[in-house]
Write a protein that binds this ligand. Structure first.
Ligand SMILES: [Ca+2]
Ligand SMILES: [Ca+2]
Ligand SMILES: [Ca+2]
Length: 871
């Protein structure tokens, strides 16, 4: 290791192409389409040519683009080829715009401390794109604003807020946007906004006043233009671009890009620890992330801040090596021996952490911000207020229209039939009640809302939290934070979620996939949810922006749509949730409990029949898996499931599918038993659970544990060996990565997977404490509250943390703020070896958004953890 490190330092003067296929010198990584534009949400600001500059990914988006400052739904190129030429030290990427039959190539070659970026065309730019297509590269505003730049020697300073100049141009000149959607409402002018450059020239230096961020760009053959992308969209970046010359082929543009490197730069150690602190008896291990050129210390200290303000050394311990994980090296510092309550910080070499507590009560308030603030703010169809502040008025008063056949910008589709009695664009009555905003957007994702209600119920059934800090009046459609009303808040949240979902089942006949925006230009809304639509029924006989004489209808097509293509899998999930909701609501809202039970039985029966009918063309069970964040997740499973011989496994698979078709989903059966006490449901569950555990132990353990309260001692005994295996699975993460939890590598960071893991570990400990020890329940807490890669801030805006994250992708993200109690997805993995969580730039949802399903998952995780700790 050491020899290797020294060798790297000596060669670090020039950029070279490394084994992981990017250009590297100490302090600078230049990635060329290690991450390509994937088209899922179009421009995710995560792709193309990227620069990781002294540890921070400050530049991305390097590619041929069709706009001065591309927005999220502007077209992105498809990478059709990528060639790495080690001999020449170059990477060549071919990209294509299908919409315009337009191909181009970009060749990036290391030239000393710089890279040359050349754009090649085999055919001239298509006529329609002449003057529009250009080579762009984008700079992260939060790392560049307030810094100085020069263009051909002229001085400037990059602005904190976007206030450059724009023009408008006819819509006919605007390159097509994603699937033909429009990000803007031109208010009937027929014109779109186009930003003008801040500066133009041939030699640009960004951040002349900051060696860590300085980048020089020069071009002899093309004019460089500097734009501010925030003029069109708050999540825009600073853009440097050169328009491709019309009518030319061959090498049409050449840039030289030189990111400055601070000589001998070594990244500051990232000391991961829990920002809310530790209880005296729990294990306490800091994970320290080190630059590969750093030499580990031999020991670290835990310092105590005494009541009189002076400090003393409480403990000194040896540093233990863990080893390399992706691009960094990891060591650990175990200070579990310290049990005296107090205020502490870690001293490792010259690095000192902020302080944290060791105290028996550190976990007492971990769910309060989420239940008291985040969740009620996300209650849809209500006016929500807190003290002097109104979070939002009552949204979507005009209700929801039947979606016509359509594609959608948020991953939904309405098929060729509506699967309902409604005609396209007809009002479906009664849907504007209850439900929770999905996330940083304002739609009702049915799958997520089902999870939400289930998470609340699970919390309620097991822990009965009586906390009452929220006033909820369904009659007044009014929510007031920090105003008790005599009803436990969790019951009111269960009721609020159930109200919308029951309305869907009753009005539509089955579950909608989503209740969402019909037009893109109100989907990216940032502001009061009540102002997304005009609250008036859309009337196509009126002109756009015109309001009827009675003031009830308008010609603005802003009404939300219900996407109603039937999914029996979703109906089954709803059936499970309705059964559980009916049980939880009995005695509080008997009428709603009854309605939920009716829908549960009906949906389970119908959906099971439909699934059997569709068996030939069986849909993938993972249809909604992306909501759980698991779809793109690839983790190395430490226990290699599915080790059975294929034949045995195949047989098990067939039997469990057949059972599921005949008996219905096992989790639904379990919930129906809990709601009705009818024994056949329990038998249906018992007939399926063991096969399920054989097939996928980690995925089905939670359901098996959920059944413990309803089953006898024999069930528990039979479950023991599976829990023992699960304990091995938990322990396997100690060698899988330095942090001991499942780490996701998808486009959506893995918090949902981590929370699922944490909840299952907690339940396994509750029912089988002799197998899964108490020490295991802190793994996920440590990760969430700061012991993770990149930085050590708490991913949860939680009460008690010294340093929670400061920005999240909430619906107030344009203010670089957060909503208390939010849980960030966490670390976004950028291929081939970079984990990232920006804390000065909220706009990348894959790392900073909080979802209603994830945050309620957090409530059940936190409630179970509190319960275990306080035993
Ligand atoms: Ca959504
Ligand atoms: Ca209440
Ligand atoms: Ca409307």
């Amino acid at each position: 290791m050491m020899t290797l490190a020294v060798a790297t330092v000596c060669q670090a003067q020039d950029l070279t192409l490394n084994d992981r296929e990017y250009f590297e010198r100490q302090g600078v990584n230049v990635l060329v389409f290690s991450n390509s534009f994937n088209g899922g949400f179009n421009d995710e600001k995560n792709s193309g040519i990227e620069i990781i500059h002294h540890g921070v990914r400050t530049v991305q988006g390097g590619a041929v683009r069709l706009n001065n400052t591309p927005e999220q739904w502007d077209l992105v190129p498809k990478m059709t080829d990528r060639k790495v030429d080690r001999g020449n030290g170059s990477i060549e990427v071919t990209m294509r715009y299908d919409d315009y039959d337009f191909d181009s190539r970009v060749v990036v070659t290391a030239k000393g401390k710089a890279v040359e970026i050349a754009v090649w065309l085999d055919k001239p730019v298509p006529e329609k794109l002449a003057g529009e297509a250009g080579f762009n590269i984008e700079f992260l505003p939060s790392q560049y604003w307030l810094k100085t730049f020069t263009m051909d020697g002229r001085l400037g300073r990059l602005p904190r807020y976007a206030t450059s100049q724009t023009i408008t141009r006819p819509n006919s000149e605007k390159p097509r946007q994603f699937k033909g959607f429009k990000t803007y409402d031109d208010r009937g002018t027929g014109r779109f906004i186009d930003p003008l450059p801040i500066e133009t020239g041939h030699r640009l230096t960004m951040a002349t006043d900051d060696p860590g961020r300085m980048v020089k760009i020069s071009s002899d053959d093309a004019e460089l233009k500097l734009f501010d992308g925030r003029m069109l969209a708050q999540n825009g970046w600073f853009v440097v671009r050169s328009v491709l010359p019309a009518g030319k082929t061959g090498k049409v543009i050449t840039w030289t890009v030189e990111p400055n490197a601070i000589p001998g730069w070594i990244r500051e150690p990232n000391i991961g620890f829990s920002q809310i602190g530790y209880t005296p008896e729990q294990p306490k291990v800091a994970v320290i992330e080190l630059d590969k050129n750093d030499t580990p210390q031999t020991s670290a200290s835990l310092m105590r801040i005494k009541a009189d303000g002076t400090t003393e050394k409480a403990f000194e311990g040896a540093i233990q090596s863990w080893g390399p994980y992706f691009k960094y090296n990891y060591v650990k510092f175990d200070f579990s021996a310290v049990k005296e309550p107090g205020v502490y910080y870690i001293q490792y070499g010259n690095t000192k952490t902020n302080d944290f507590l060791i105290d028996a009560h550190v976990y007492d308030k971990i769910t309060d911000a989420t239940t008291d603030v985040w969740v009620p703010i996300h209650m849809n169809h209500m006016y929500v207020t807190e003290g002097y502040r109104t979070w939002h008025g009552e949204p979507f008063k005009e209700g929801y229209l039947q979606a016509p056949e359509s594609d959608h910008f948020d991953l939904h589709r309405q098929g060729p039939t509506t699967d309902t009695k409604y005609k396209p664009l007809e009002l479906i009555p009664g849907l504007n009640v209850g439900g929770f905003f999905d996330a940083g957007d304002f739609d009702i994702e049915t799958g997520s809302n089902i999870n939400v209600v289930q998470n609340f119920i699970r919390t309620w059934e097991l822990f009965r939290p009586q906390r009452d800090e929220t006033f909820v009046s369904q009659k007044q459609r009014y929510v007031d934070l920090h105003r008790p009303d005599g009803v436990p808040d969790i019951l009111q949240f269960i009721e609020h979620g159930t109200l919308n979902l029951v309305a869907q089942a009753e009005q539509i006949g089955h579950m909608a996939s989503t209740l969402s925006n019909s037009i893109l230009d109100n989907y990216h809304h940032l502001g009061d949810a009540a102002s997304i639509t005009d609250g008036l029924h859309y009337d196509p006989s009126l002109k756009p922006y015109e309001v009827s004489a009675d003031g009830k209808r308008s010609g603005t097509p802003d009404d939300m749509w219900a996407f109603t293509t039937r999914s029996p899998q979703l109906d089954l999930r709803a059936a499970t949730m309705f059964a559980a909701a009916s049980h939880a609501l009995k005695g509080y809202n008997d009428d709603l409990a009854e309605r939920a039970l009716t829908q549960s039985k009906r949906l389970m029966k119908e959906a099971t029949e439909i699934i059997a009918q569709r068996a030939a063309a069986r849909q993938n069970d993972d249809e909604y898996a992306w909501l759980e964040g698991s779809e793109q997740t690839s983790i190395a499973n430490p226990m290699q499931q599915g080790a059975q011989p294929d034949k045995k496994r195949q047989k098990l698979l067939e039997r469990s599918r057949k059972n599921r078709e005949q008996l219905g989903d096992m989790a639904t059966n379990l919930m129906l038993f809990s709601a009705t006490q009818e024994k056949q449901y329990l038998d249906n569950f018992a007939a399926q659970i063991w096969d399920a555990l054989e097939l996928r132990l980690s995925g089905n353990m939670q359901t098996a544990l959920d059944a413990v309260p309803y089953m006898d001692e024999a069930y528990k005994q039979k479950l023991r060996p599976y829990v023992e295996k699960y304990e091995q699975y938990i322990k396997g993460f100690d060698t899988n990565n330095p942090y001991g939890v499942p780490i996701g590598l998808g486009n959506w960071a893995g918090v949902n997977m981590v929370l699922n893991f944490g909840i299952t570990v907690n339940y396994a400990h509750i029912y089988f404490p002799d197998i899964v020890g108490k020490d295991e329940v802190y793994r996920v807490a440590n990760w969430l509250y700061g012991c993770h890669p990149y930085h050590n801030y708490s991913f949860v805006a939680v009460v008690g943390a010294t340093r929670p994250k400061q920005v999240f992708y909430g619906n107030n993200r344009a203010d670089f703020s957060f909503i208390p109690g939010n849980v960030a997805p966490g670390l976004l993995f950028r291929k081939p070896d970079h984990f990232e969580n920006y804390d000065d730039w909220p706009f990348l949802w894959g790392q900073n958004e909080g979802t209603i399903a994830g945050n309620t998952q957090y409530i059940i995780f936190g409630s179970s953890l509190k319960n275990i700790v306080s035993e």
